[in-house]
Design a protein around this ligand. Structure first.
Ligand code: ADP
Ligand code: MG
Length: 483
């Protein structure tokens, strides 16, 4: 694995998030657990956790509701203890309590970035202002960019038919002395390597030409920054910050679909940078022309450069990725087992990686060889989920019967709370449990707009925070649907 963090300025950046040892340990634990239990379970159970303190060999963690505590105690607490102990021998076990308030979050400047920081446990960089002292980084560029994952480098990216074009384009942008095409627009489904390629470009440039200033961030964060600048009335600084970079990379740009003011600002930033001959790299889950809620002039701008599609994985690519990951993990995984996984876990690379990690972690823990039998045992939930994915129709049916409303009310225009709330819950679960996009979900709920779905997701999240019986309902439904 390439050790990006040990090079020049990149090294400085690694130090930015190492304030507390415990925070680091926590991130490590989170990341391992995330690989083992998968993204959905991680988001539901681990993300809401707060570390309250470590003393006398015990790490105390709180969760917001009793329901969560019971679930975590039943399913994850032992493993949490083992992982923590592996990272810090002084800790023997983990205790879970209920506490609605958070006291210490994983590092990060504001609330919205904290879970992301925890998720990207091996993160290295915060705000890629290069060629400046740490102090000036703090004051001028700190926190603009998102952390970079040190594993996401070109060397770790396995190239196959589905991604060879995107890979070649990304390499070209990373290696070129002048801008080869603008923007580079990478698109493809979830977990297929868009973010990996973007980070790889950033690492490469940062190593090869540390003087070039690179900013990588999600479109969501771009919007958040913009709104904050508007509130604080310093949009001039905001514009300056973004218009002074050499390479601007915005991930998941579909997020600003339907966000008029943010799009406007993005459009101007985009034009200003292109006019100055700076490089822009964009990713999204769809091609520019298919992006919903995107202004036409922005779509046509996005289409102007090179558009590279990452296709769904093939069996060969999945096998190649497994072989490469096993090598990185330095474990001997029987070929048969990798073939089995490559056949069975087809959704995306993230899930495939998680499956391998789980199998390897299990084998190491129990000290036995990896066999097909243990693999099936360890991954029974994942394998079953891959056999049978929850559909939006099933979610609607289950939610309607749970709340005693008619199935047709999921599509109807009725706005009475007694039907609107269950409908919102169903939209929320559809977002959580399926890989459907917001517009697709909206269409399945009587042709509603994607902003309605977004609103529903937010509303349910808010209600879960403040109403524990509601939160329990939602969890119950989720568990039933996940089988
Ligand atoms: P996306 O941004 O498209 O949703 P990511 O870039 O986050 O997907 O990829 C998900 C996971 O799969 C990451 O851990 C990434 O390293 C891994 N991954 C995806 N494609 C490849 C590949 N071709 N080779 C190696 N790892 C890959
Ligand atoms: Mg991504």
């Amino acid at each position: 694995m390439a050790d990006v963090g040990s090079q020049g300025l990149c090294k400085q950046m690694t130090n930015e998030i190492t304030d507390g040892l415990q925070e680091d340990t926590w991130r490590q634990v989170c990341e391992s657990l995330r690989s083992e239990i998968g993204e959905a379970a991680y988001q539901s159970w681990v993300k809401p956790m707060t570390v309250r303190g470590v003393s006398d060999g015990v790490t105390r963690i709180s969760v917001p509701t009793r329901f969560m505590r019971d679930w975590v105690v039943a399913h994850y607490v032992d493993r949490l203890g083992e992982l923590w102990n592996a990272a810090d021998k002084a800790v023997a076990r983990v205790e879970i309590s209920v506490q609605p308030e958070r006291s210490f979050k994983p590092s990060g400047d504001e609330r919205e970035t904290a879970p992301a920081a925890a998720a990207a446990a091996t993160t290295a960089a915060v705000g890629m202002a290069t060629g400046e002292s740490r102090r000036s980084t703090d004051t001028t560029q700190a926190g603009i960019g998102a952390p970079l994952d040190s594993r996401y480098v070109f060397d770790n990216f396995v190239v196959g038919k589905p991604n060879e074009f995107a890979y070649a384009a990304a390499r070209r942008v990373a290696e070129a002395a002048s801008v080869p095409f603008n923007p580079l627009f990478l698109y493809g489904g979830v977990g297929l390597g868009k973010t990996h390629l973007m980070h790889a470009i950033a690492w490469h440039i940062c190593q090869q030409t540390p003087k070039r200033r690179v900013i990588y961030l999600s479109a969501e964060k771009f919007m958040y920054r913009f709104i904050r600048a508007l509130k604080e009335q310093n949009t001039v600084d905001f514009k300056e910050m973004f218009r002074n970079v050499d390479v601007l990379m915005i991930d998941d740009v579909q997020f600003i679909g339907g966000k008029g003011a943010t799009q406007e600002e993005f459009f101007h930033t985009f034009n200003a940078l292109v006019d100055q001959g700076r490089q822009i790299v964009i990713s999204a889950d769809k091609s520019p022309s298919d992006l919903e809620g995107m202004e036409e002039r922005l779509q046509s701008r996005l289409n102007c450069g090179l558009v590279a599609d990452i296709h769904a994985t093939t069996y060969e690519l999945r096998l190649g990725i497994l072989e490469s990951k096993a090598e990185q993990l330095k474990v001997d995984v029987p070929q048969k087992m990798m073939e089995f996984l490559a056949h069975k876990i087809t959704a995306n690379v993230r899930e495939l990686e998680g499956a391998l990690n789980r199998v390897v972690a299990h084998a190491q823990l129990v000290g036995r060889e990896i066999t097909l039998e243990t693999t099936q045992e360890v991954l029974h939930d994942l394998l079953r989920a891959n056999d049978r994915r929850v559909t939006i129709e099933e979610i609607q049916k289950q939610v309607a019967s749970h709340f005693n409303i008619r199935g047709s009310d999921m599509h109807s225009a009725r706005r009475a709370r007694s039907v609107a709330r269950p409908r919102q819950v169903a939209m929320y679960l559809a977002k959580q449990l399926t890989s459907r996009s917001l517009p697709e979900i909206g269409r399945k709920f009587g042709g509603r707009d994607h902003t309605t779905v977004m609103h529903a997701v937010k509303k349910v999240e808010e209600l879960r925070e403040c109403d524990s019986s509601f939160a329990e309902d939602v969890e119950l439904l989720r568990r039933m649907l996940e089988g």
